[in-house]
Design a protein around this ligand. Sequence first.
Ligand code: PMP
Length: 401
Amino acid sequence: MIYLDHNATTQPAPEVLDEMHDALERAWANPSSTHAPGQAARRLLADARVRVAQFLGCQGAELVFTSGATEANHMAVTGALALGRQAGESDGLPGRPPRHRLVLSAVEHPALLALAARLADQGVPVDLLPVDACGRLDLARARALITPDVALVSVMGANNETGVLMPIAELAALAHAAGALLHMDATQLPGKSRWRFADSGADLASVSAHKLHGPKGVGALIVRKGLALPALLAGRQERNRRGGTENMPGIAGFAAACDRTARSLADDLAHMTALRQRLEDGLRAALPGVVVYGDQAHRLPNTSCLRFGALDSEQVLGKLERAGVVASSGAACTASGTQPSHVLLAMGESAQHAKASVRFSLGRETTSADVQRAIDAARRAIGPLLAPAATTAFPARFMAA
Ligand code: PMP
C-alpha cells in the first residue's frame, strides 16, 4: 500500500517507538512525586521539554504539553477570551469597548470552527476572515475586522487540506496594533517547513506530535513568555497551566520525533517538493481535467489538493485504494452523507467541486517509485471514468474556441 495521507497522520518513527517503550519501562513513576523514581521521571520530562522546545524554536518554559492540537486550540481560544475579559475589567475606562471578539479564518480546522460556533451560541461575537480562490487570506478584510474590541485572532499557519500558507507575521502585526493576541494553529508546519515559534510573531501556537512521526494524543500549546494564559484544565502540572499527570511516553515520543525530524529536515523539504511536482505533472499528463487547488507559490511542500474533473472524491478514493494508493478528501462524512469541503467552499468552489477534492500528502519516506505507482494507479483506475467526456468526438464546428 502506498500511503499518501501524511497530513492526516504519520507513522511513528522507530526511534519514537524506542523512546516511548523506554519511558513506559523506566520513567513510569509520577513526575510530581518527590521520591527517587518520581525524580527520574521528572528528569526525563525536563529533557524532553528542552528537545521539543529546541526543535520548535521556543523556550522550554513556553511549552505546555497537551493531549494534542485540538486541546491546545481550545486552551488558546478560551484563555485569550478570559484574558480579554480581565483586561476590560481591570482598566474600567469609560467608553472603552469590551475586548471580547474572536476573529478566525473561514478555513480553520473543523474542531476549532466547532468551538467558535459554540462560543457564538453563548454570545461571543465571532468573525470569519475570508480567503480568495487560491486559498489566500484576505488581509484587507483582516485589517477592517481587527479592531480594539478583539481579544484573539486565530489563524492556522498552513491549511491542512490545501497546504496554503497564511500570512501570520502580517496578522500578528495587525492583532498587536489593535491590542489583541495572535494564535496560530501550527499543526501542519513542523517537519514540512522551517517554522520556529520565536520568528513567527505569534503569541500562541498549537502543535501535535502525530503529524511529525510522533505518537497520537500528545502535543503542545506554546505560550509566549510573560503571557499569563489561564489553564483549560485546572491543576498544578505544567506550572499550573495544564492539570493532569503528564503523558510520559507520549512526551518522550514527541521529543524523539522532533530530534529525528530535525536531523533530515533540509533534505526532506527538497525531497517532498520534487516529488510533489512530479506527482502533479504526472497526473496532469496522464489524465484530462486535473485541477490543482491553492496558491502554487505559497504551499507546504508535501500537499497536493486537486480534483479529477468533477468526479466525486468518494468514488476516486475508493478506486485508488483498490489500486493500492490511499489518500483523503477534504469532504467530511456525516450521518447525512458526504458534506463538501468547507475549505473549498470558502475558496468559492461549487458544492459539486468541493465534494470532488482529493488530497495527496507526501511524507519524508515517500519514494519516487511510490509517486510513479500512484500516477499509474490513477491513470488505470480513474482514467476510464474521465475518458467518455474527454474523448467524445465533437465535430470541430461545435467546439468552443
Ligand atoms: N489543526 C490542524 C490544522 C490539523 O490538521 C489537525 C489534525 N487533523 C488538528 C488541528 C487536530 O490535531 P490533534 O489530532 O492533535 O487534536
